[in-house]
Every structure is written in C-alpha cells, then in structure tokens.
Design a protein around this ligand. Structure first.
Ligand code: GAL
Length: 473
C-alpha cells in the first residue's frame, strides 16, 4: 500500500476494522461494556510496593526533535502562545519511550515558549506504577494536565466510566481528526457518542525479535509455529545460548508473553472470543496454551525475575540470548541503543495477525492548564507530532496522513503494511481488550503461574477473573 493510498479518506483499514469488529477491536459492539468503572473494578488495589507517591518532576531540558521532516505542519501547535505549565503524565522512561516523548516536547516548546513542560514520568513498564499514582492523584483532586492512557477498555471502562476525563469532541472537529484516524480507532476512543482521547500511535504486541548473527551462526530460521520454536530453542540451548529472553521484574512481561501464546494457540477469533465470553476459559485450548507456555518457560533466562523488558532485550543485543517476544517498543530500544543486527517475525502461531494497542492522551477533568493540555493533544494527533514521535518510539502512526516521511525504519515500514492487511485483535495486557481490573487479575494469575507452573489452578483463576469481571457467567 502506498502512502497516497494510506491517506485516502476511504482508507481500506476503516472497512477492514469495521468488518472485523467481531474480532474485538471495536468492542463496544459486543456489549462488553460493563456498568462498573475501572475504579470500582480495581476496588481496594493499592499502589504496588515501591511506587512513588508523587514522582520527582523532571524537565525535558535536553529535548531534541527527531530528524524527520513533517509533510504537514501541526495545525494547532502553530502560533506561539501561552504561559503557565503543562504537566504531562506517562510511564515512558526507557530509551525509545523517552526519546519519542522529548521529540514531541521539543515541537510543543517551539510554539509554546512560555509554557513550562513538566515531564511527570513514573517508571514501570506497561504503566502499573503510573496508573496507581494517577488513580490516587485523580481521587485526591490533583490531576495532571494530560496523561497517557491505552485506547480501549482501559480508557472507556476506566476513566470515562468514572467521569474523570473531559470529552474532546471540539478538538476532533477543529483538527479534522475524524478524517485522520481509521474508523476502528475512532470507535474505541469514543464512548457514549463522544471522543475521550487522542491516539498518538499503534503498537504491535505479537513480535518475536531475534539476534541475526546467532541465528545465522547456527543456521536457524525465525520460527513461525510452536513446533519450530521449540526446535530452534532446543538447538540454541544445546549451544549454551539462552533461547528466549524475558524480563518480568515488572509483572506485565510474562502476561504479555502468555497473551501471544493464547493468540497463537486459539487463533484470532478464539482469542478475541475469550474477552467476550464466547469461548470459555475452561476450554481445552486454554489448557493447551498454558502447557505450551510452561514448556516455553523452560527456555527462558534464569534471571528473568530480576530483569525489566529492556534489560532482557540487552541479553539479545549482547548475544547472550537469541530471541525475545515483546511489543515493538523493543524497536525503539534498538534504535536508541544503535543495535541493527536484529530480525523479527510474528510470534509463534500468529502469522497474519496483528495484536494491537494504542497509546493515547486524555485530559482529566479539573486540569489546571486546560488550554496547554488541549494544545498537547492537538500536537499528539497531528502529522507533525506523530512523525516526530513514532520513529523513535518504535510504533506506527495512528493518523493515516502520517508515516510518509524518512525516518521510519524497515521494521516500521513493514508494520505499517501489516496494519492495513493483517487480522487485528486487541491486546489485553495493554488495555484494549478488557477493563483494568480484569487485565490485572489475568496478569496476577500468569505471574503466579511462572513461579508455580500449575496449569489446572491457573486455568481456574483465569476463569474466575472473567466471572468476577462480570463478563462470564
Ligand atoms: C505499553 C505502552 C507502550 C510501552 C510499553 C512498555 O503498555 O503502550 O507505549 O511503553 O508499555 O512500557
């Protein structure tokens, strides 16, 4: 697909996503919306140990714009204006994450020289710590001006249901965002007939990354099936190489890996149906997925519990481990670490399937610097903002008019093509498929599986999580 085609208003993805609503990305149609809010769902869940009550403020002093030339200027961030602050809340602290954010700050700062940007980033991959801090700040009436939130259930069943965010319909109108985002995306940043956040990117969760040299030295091909994966893993193990790097010091990483295994074993329709209770968690395929995952854990680095996803990725970079299965923020990590000797494939069993998530920005009710926040959201949705952010972040633009400039590497270019042709399913660990409370119970069940490796009790816990979420009977 050419860039020209991507830009057309009858973008084929819109039709594809509409057709594939049953696969769960446009989940509202499934009646999955629960009455309860995220906060109710999360109940008494406390901030994880070690989560800072209020993180230190950092200023993006060394912000540098990405070296990409935008084709179109951001419509709203144009004129120099404003004073006051912009407190932007996220969990982006690793190489590619921070670099992408700072590239957008630099653009914002140019048009808003009088605004002090406060980069409120709470470390902790996939946002567990950040979300806990944000929750308590919102409850305490001290929200930031804008915050990172995943598109899908995390947004709608969480912050929207709890009446904690402002609708941004006016901005969708003034910026032409209804024409800029595919229909499937518009569907899940909206709820109750209004828009609630602005997507800055699309990420892919089901990627197997591999060290090219290690694969070449051992005459290996990237595995496409689980059988091929275990065959490759066995050969690498025999050579003293760690087959699969995992870093589940942050609880999301093992749950992320299992999400891709579920998808590989159940297929896109079966996987999506788990989140709408059309396939039961007691299904034999879920047992098979847990058994497969258990076998995979036998090929993982022994120090996995001590590592983060990016330090696990370092093992691949250093040639100590041959593969890692992780979202494409890994691509941003490679770019920052100047590592180019990597290959990629879809995780085993998921060829032609795109396990998707999107980072969006929303504005809390009671934001102290409302105008500054609205301008940030405008920039985030614009071609200029997305083309500065995404090549560094390792994600592709959500805006169909972006992505035409230099700077998107080979992986990202291939992913832009896949996004318009593969079967799209929603990520659970990254907020798209299930409300936060359910995603958390799922993650907890998988975390304890990694230690205990008890298939039957984990399957029961997963089934209970679905019932407690009010989705399964
Ligand atoms: C995801 C988020 C990504 C990336 C990743 C690791 O939840 O959507 O942008 O930051 O966590 O932290």
């Amino acid at each position: 697909m050419t860039a020209q085609q991507r830009a057309s208003s009858d973008h084929p993805l819109a039709a594809r996503l509409e057709r594939r609503a049953f696969l769960g990305f446009a989940l509202r149609a499934t009646g999955l919306v629960a009455a309860s809010s995220l906060l109710a769902a999360c109940g008494g869940s406390a901030a994880p140990a070690g989560a800072p009550a209020k993180p230190a403020e950092t200023k993006p002093a060394d912000a540098k714009p990405a070296e990409t030339k935008p084709a179109v200027q951001a419509p709203a961030a144009g004129a120099a204006k404003g004073g006051g602050k912009l407190e932007m809340f996220s969990w982006w602290t690793t190489g590619g994450e921070e670099a992408g954010l700072k590239a957008m700050y630099a653009i914002y700062q140019k048009s808003h020289p009088g605004v002090e940007i406060i980069n409120q980033a709470v470390a902790g991959a996939a946002g567990a710590n950040a979300k806990a801090v944000l929750k308590s700040r919102m409850q305490g009436g001290d929200p930031p001006d804008a915050f990172q939130v995943h598109m899908g259930r995390e947004l709608t069943d969480g912050y929207v249901a709890a009446s904690q965010v402002e609708p941004v319909d006016a901005l969708y109108k003034s910026e032409g965002f209804e024409q800029a985002f595919p229909k499937g995306v518009l569907d899940i940043v909206s709820d109750k007939g209004q828009y609630w956040s602005v997507p800055v990117n699309i990420h892919r969760a089901n990627v197997l990354w591999f060290n090219k040299k290690l694969f070449a030295d051992n005459q290996l091909q990237a595995p496409e099936t689980f059988d091929q994966f275990f065959d490759v893993a066995e050969k690498l193990k025999a050579k003293g190489v760690t087959p699969l790097a995992m870093g589940d010091n942050n609880p999301f990483a093992s749950a992320h890996l299992f999400e891709t295994v579920l998808l590989g074993v159940l297929g896109p329709e079966g996987y999506s149906s788990l989140w709408t209770a059309k396939v039961a968690w007691s299904d034999a395929k879920v047992t098979q997925a847990l058994e497969t995952f258990k076998r995979m854990l036998g090929y993982v680095n022994t120090d996995h519990a001590a590592l983060t996803w990016d330090s696990a990725n370092d093992q691949l970079i250093q040639g100590k481990a041959a593969m890692t299965i992780m979202g494409d923020w890994v691509n941003g990590d490679y770019t920052q670490k100047k590592f180019a000797d990597y290959g990629w494939a879809q995780s085993p069993g998921t060829k032609g399937v795109f396990d998707a998530l999107s980072d969006t920005f929303a504005m809390p009710k009671g934001a102290k610097n409302r105008e500054n926040a609205l301008d940030w959201l405008k920039l985030a949705g614009s071609v200029e903002g997305q083309d500065a952010f995404n090549p560094l972040k390792g994600s592709i633009p959500a805006n169909v008019n972006a992505g035409k400039v230099q700077g998107y590497n080979e992986y990202l270019q291939s992913t832009m093509k896949d996004w318009t042709s593969h079967t799209i399913v929603p990520s659970v660990v990254h907020g798209a498929a299930a409300k936060d409370g359910w995603a958390q119970s799922y993650t907890d069940a998988i975390n304890s599986f990694v230690t205990r490796q008890d298939v039957a009790s984990t399957q029961r816990a997963l089934a209970t999580a679905c019932t407690e979420a009010g989705i399964c009977k």
